[in-house]
Design a protein around this ligand. Structure first.
Ligand SMILES: NC(=O)C1=CN([C@@H]2O[C@H](COP(=O)(O)OP(=O)(O)OC[C@H]3O[C@@H](n4cnc5c(N)ncnc54)[C@H](O)[C@@H]3O)[C@@H](O)[C@H]2O)C=CC1
Ligand SMILES: O=C(O)C1=N[C@H](C(=O)O)C[C@H](O)C1
Length: 252
């Protein structure tokens, strides 16, 4: 039995993950952490200020964090000092926060960190990499769309797309939300749409003369992210103490 705790337990992803863990015969939901007290699936949710006492008492094997960047950094540090493995889906980290996370995790606990835990997006990233290798001279535009409550833009998944494009094509200027009259150069356009209850759409357009290729992914339910995160949680326990990607979990 793997003991699982969830931070961001009262949020959209936290409740989706809590339900999956609660229903899994091989997993035990030991409780949750959020900014306020509460309960989910019959388990206690404690305020983030009490995370150390919570981890010592409940002894989860793994903490799954879907919160906000500043909170996740503190939760990750707490898990690392209490020897709890990590799944981190939170997005919007600054380079400085990424460095704090790296030094908290490396050599201390195993952690799978991914801007997107869906299997489909992990395959989509591979397809984008392949297309970029062949179509480096085409104009490239990245578009993402999410629900009205999303706090960060562009999405973590879109930032990962940009990292892949930079790795394959060399670093190019990014133009965010094109406005005004300017001739297109070699930049990559990046566009974020926010509205309604859109779960998560991403597309990369490669536009050449007389043809375009668009690679896209659309999530219809956030269960796809939650199922991926739970799959990663089963995989991460007992691994060497370092940062892993979802591709490591999937073996792709
Ligand atoms: N990697 C992936 O596959 C996915 C990542 N995300 C990311 O997950 C994060 C959460 O997304 P949602 O669940 O939609 O947001 P949400 O706003 O519904 O939930 C976040 C929860 O975190 C709580 N929280 C805030 N500070 C906290 C702290 N210090 N400790 C514990 N909990 C705290 C909030 O009260 C809230 O309940 C975002 O960064 C989002 O981009 C979302 C979906 C998929
Ligand atoms: O906030 C969300 O909802 C999502 N966030 C992730 C991101 O920023 O890429 C993943 C997914 O698209 C949903």
């Amino acid at each position: 039995m793997i003991n699982v705790a969830v931070s961001g337990a009262l949020g959209r992803m936290g409740t989706t993950i809590g339900r999956i863990v609660d229903e899994a015969p091989d997993l035990e939901l030991v409780g949750g952490i959020d900014i306020r007290e509460g309960s989910f699936f019959g388990k206690e949710v404690v305020p983030a200020a009490r995370i150390d006492a919570f981890l010592k008492e409940k002894k989860p094997d793994v903490l799954i964090d879907f919160t906000v960047a500043a909170a996740a950094v503190e939760n990750i540090r707490a898990a690392a000092r209490n020897n709890v493995a990590l799944i981190v889906g939170t997005t919007g980290f600054s380079p400085e926060q990424r460095e704090i996370i790296r030094s908290a995790v490396e050599g201390n606990v195993p952690a799978v960190i991914s801007s997107n835990f869906s299997v489909g997006v992990n395959i989509f990233w591979k397809l984008v990499r392949e297309a970029a290798r062949e179509l480096g001279d085409y104009d490239i535009e990245v578009t993402e769309a999410h629900h009205r409550y999303k706090k960060d833009a562009p999405s973590g998944t879109a930032k990962t797309i940009l990292e892949i494009l930079d790795q394959e094509l060399g670093e190019r200027e990014k133009v965010y939300g094109r406005v005004g009259a300017a001739e297109r150069k070699n930049e990559i356009g990046v566009h974020a749409v926010r509205g309604g209850d859109i779960v998560g759409d991403h597309a990369v357009l490669f536009a050449g003369n007389f043809e375009c290729i668009e690679i896209s992914h659309r999530a219809y339910d956030r269960a796809v992210f939650a199922q991926g995160a739970v799959r990663a949680a089963r995989w991460v326990v007992g691994r060497d103490p370092r940062i892993y990607a979802m591709q490591d979990v999937l073996g792709i």
